[in-house]
Design a protein around this ligand. Structure first.
Ligand code: TYD
Length: 213
């Protein structure tokens, strides 16, 4: 079951889509079943420094305009990439990351209207030419998302309180991304059961990793 190189897997989706749960489940599956080192990380965050930035980003007490938010996100990403992702990629790990570049496109471009080229160029400076090898994009409609967010125990942040109009801008943005990057993005119907999605994610992962179950 040996696999040669490092591998970068990201999970994307709207709030309440279940992507964080699925990222954790995949991480656990790889850890328990594949002879390959794996880490689970997230954005914004993933390092001590970037988790601090995350707290500022999600703090409702600070009003931030889209550009301020963008630079905070990129500062967090840069620290995460330089001090964690690059390190583990070099060590041939599998990286499972909860949110990454496509979230920036969905939120900062499709929602906030920031220029796509500007986002891409900034991102390129951080990450050179390395992007996730594969991305699971978990799609969910606004009705189901709202129901799930209401059930959450964790503090609701400003992103969780989006209007339906804004929610759909992000969701449709993600769906466009799935079409544009169809070779790398696997679109998953988030209204399926947790187990169904888990099995689908594992099956696809094993296939791209070229590992037999
Ligand atoms: P988080 O609580 O992680 O959302 P979720 O629980 O749905 O995973 O909050 C992170 C928020 O940051 C999320 O609403 C999306 C936003 N975000 C951006 O706007 N741009 C980005 O590039 C990233 C990585 C996240």
């Amino acid at each position: 079951m040996a696999i040669k190189k490092s591998f970068f897997i990201s999970f994307e989706g709207v709030e309440g889509s279940g992507k964080s749960t699925q990222a954790k489940l995949l991480y656990k599956y790889i850890k328990d079943n594949i002879s390959k080192k794996v880490i689970l990380t997230r954005e914004p965050g993933g390092t001590k420094f970037s988790e601090r930035i995350r707290n500022i980003l999600l703090d409702n007490n600070f009003k931030k305009n889209p550009l301020t938010e963008f630079f905070l996100l990129m500062a967090a990403r840069n620290d995460h990439v330089v001090n964690k992702i690059n390190y583990y990629l070099k060590k041939d790990f599998i990286i499972v990351c909860d949110r990454f570049y496509y979230s920036t496109l969905a939120y900062q471009h499709y929602l906030e209207g920031m220029n796509k080229k500007f986002i891409y160029e900034t991102q390129k400076k951080i990450f050179k030419n390395i992007y996730p090898d594969i991305t699971f994009l978990i799609d969910l409609n606004e009705k189901e998302s709202k129901i799930r967010i209401k059930k959450r125990i964790k503090k609701i942040n400003r992103f969780d309180k989006l209007s339906n109009y804004h929610f759909n801008k992000i969701r449709n943005g993600f769906l466009k991304i799935a079409k544009i990057y169809k070779k790398k993005v696997i679109l998953i119907n988030g209204s399926k059961s947790l187990n169904e999605i888990k099995n689908e994610v594992i099956k696809k992962t094993l296939k791209v990793l070229n590992v037999r179950h």
